[in-house]
Ligand binder design. Structure first.
Ligand code: HEM
Length: 304
């Protein structure tokens, strides 16, 4: 078996016949150099000598990588909304949904960690907890769950605190969506268009009315309706991720307290009632069928 070497585009290049294929590589950009695999694969450093800790580390690290991509894509959605580019926003939201489905499914791998397996190394984790994931917190802030007190946890890391604080003070994805609705002529209250963005979002009947108008005449507002459904999907999957996390945690630690100091499962259950885009959900209760055709049935029981 021989390796042929030559220079291509000024780069030392190699070629070999392997399995009937002409395989080439060069001294420029290799797979390992591009993807930094050496750094990536040396970042799994157990704090115990227990074999099941590797699964725990890799589960968290892969989730962090997907969170990084979600943040990246969510920023693109915000930019698209700011520039009224609904096509790009929709395409990016489709990718976000696919990543989320993948993340939800990946909990199945962690569910193979039995309570016994986890107990073999849990004590070594001390107070480390996903609660301290700054990427997760940034994503929550970006989507609209603004909680200034949660920045405190990152006080020992000025760069992270600064980044989280910057995102906290910026309009969220939902705020940008409401600004878009206002530009499209819907009556969004002024207090929703300019405010202290670091404060939690407060749902408003006027915003609910605007969404009701979009959903009551989808033909007239098709692009907004399609976009709103994709944004609803984002929250739908976010909640499913939270639910699978909560259920996996219940399966592994029961009702024990979390390593981060919270009540554990009960703390995680509370998050299932959070909503990033509240009026997109509440509007659905008020939505009635258009009065067309002989099959119309008034859901309020008032008659056709
Ligand atoms: C056996 C595995 C796991 C257990 C037992 C567990 C347990 C917990 C508990 C009890 C909490 C509440 C905070 C606390 O007191 O610690 C929490 C929060 C959290 N965990 Fe996990 N977790 C596990 C796996 C994961 C994985 C793989 C991720 C992926 C990044 C993750 C991300 C988070 C996040 C982001 C929070 C904060 C949630 C919020 O504040 O709403 N966890 N976890």
């Amino acid at each position: 078996m021989t390796i042929r070497s030559f220079v291509e585009d000024g780069v030392e290049t190699f070629e070999a016949q392997i399995d009937g294929e002409t395989i080439q590589w060069d001294k420029g950009l290799s797979y390992a150099r591009h993807l930094q695999t050496e750094r990536l694969l040396s970042a799994q450093v157990p704090v115990s000598d227990q074999p099941d800790e590797m699964l725990f580390i890799i589960m968290h690290q892969t989730m962090e990588l997907w969170l990084k991509l979600l943040l990246h894509e969510a920023r693109l959605v915000v930019t698209a909304l700011q520039t009224d580019d609904l096509d790009h926003a929709g395409k990016t939201l489709d990718r976000i949904a696919t990543i989320q489905r993948h993340m939800i499914h990946s909990w199945e791998v962690l569910a193979t960690l039995t309570p016994h397996d986890f107990m073999t190394f849990r004590g070594f984790l001390r107070k480390a907890s996903g609660f301290q994931s700054h990427q997760y917190r940034e994503l929550e802030f970006m989507l609209g769950n603004k909680r200034a007190d949660l920045v405190l946890v990152h006080g020992d890391d000025p760069a992270v605190s600064e980044r989280l604080s910057a995102v906290l003070h910026r309009p969220s994805l939902y705020d940008e969506l409401l600004r878009l609705l206002a530009r499209r002529g819907f009556a969004i209250p002024a207090a929703h268009l300019e405010r202290d963005w670091s404060l939690p979002y407060v749902a408003s009947p006027a915003v609910e009315d605007a969404w009701l108008a979009v959903y009551s005449d989808v033909e007239a507002h098709w692009d907004l309706y399609a976009l709103a459904e994709k944004i609803t999907t984002l929250e739908y999957y976010f909640q499913e991720w939270r639910f699978k996390h909560m259920k996996t945690v219940a399966r592994v630690i029961g009702q024990k307290m979390g390593t981060g100091g919270s009540a554990g499962v009960d703390y995680l259950v509370k998050a299932l009632n959070l909503s990033f885009f509240p009026e997109l959900w509440s509007m659905r209760t008020r939505l009635v069928a258009a009065k067309v055709g002989p099959n119309y049935a008034d859901p309020a029981g008032a008659g056709a």
